[in-house]
Design a protein around this ligand. Structure first.
Ligand code: SF4
Ligand code: SF4
Length: 201
């Protein structure tokens, strides 16, 4: 899809006011899985100097039960084969539900936070060449909606394009991994990400 052909709309609704007031709510939700892409992982690795074994301490792999349906909100997120079954790759959470990178209500990796953190509470979808935006199913926890000035169409388009391209590359990578890896392991998956030039940052 060419960038010229992209359009942004939220099912006919007007643009909304939004400003992140840094309350940290979205970083503390047990029910909100912070999925990561290949580029997110590569950025964590290069910035924090973490090789695959260290990354395993910061990441978690949420296994989808046999015959289970993808949870709402994760339907566009790639599932990858692991030694425990098909799983989503995400940031690890503490028992409380806090993200492992949340400290004193601040994000310790703010400049390199994953794309889902940059885009929350918005979500984006490519529907037959038209890029549409909407809200996360967890939008009600976010007090930033209705604050600040209206998000501009330009801002949403830029966020959309970057988020969807990031996800598309990761999806392609995960599909190849699922089709061609005889003995899939999470450590092998991380090593494959770190050696793939598409994720170079
Ligand atoms: S819940 Fe909303 S306002 Fe609070 S930190 Fe997350 S995005 Fe920002
Ligand atoms: S990476 Fe940062 S912004 Fe994202 S959930 Fe964790 S603490 Fe929050």
């Amino acid at each position: 899809m060419s960038e010229k052909s992209r359009e942004t709309q939220e099912n006919g609704k007007n643009l909304v006011r939004f400003e992140c007031i840094k309350c940290g709510e979205c970083c503390r939700q047990k029910g909100l899985i912070v999925t990561v892409t290949g580029r997110d992982v590569a950025r964590l690795s290069s910035t924090l100097g973490m090789a695959a074994p260290e990354l395993l301490r910061a990441l978690d792999f949420y296994v989808l039960p046999e015959n289970g349906n993808a949870p709402k909100g994760l339907r566009d997120t790639p599932l990858l084969k692991t030694e425990s079954g098909k799983a989503y790759m995400a940031l690890r959470k503490m028992e409380s539900g806090d993200c492992i990178f949340l400290k004193d209500n601040q994000c310790m990796i703010h400049p390199i936070r994953p794309f889902v953190c940059r885009t929350f509470p918005f979500v984006f979808r490519d529907v037959a060449g038209r890029v549409k935006w909407g809200f996360s199913s967890m939008k009600d926890i976010c007090p930033g909606i209705g604050e600040g000035s209206k998000a501009t169409k330009q801002e949403l388009v830029e966020l959309c394009i970057a988020a969807l391209e990031d996800l598309a590359i990761y999806r392609e990578f995960a599909e190849t991994w699922n089709e061609t890896t005889a003995e899939p392991t999470v450590i092998g998956f991380l090593e494959a990400i770190l050696s793939d030039v598409r994720f170079s940052v």
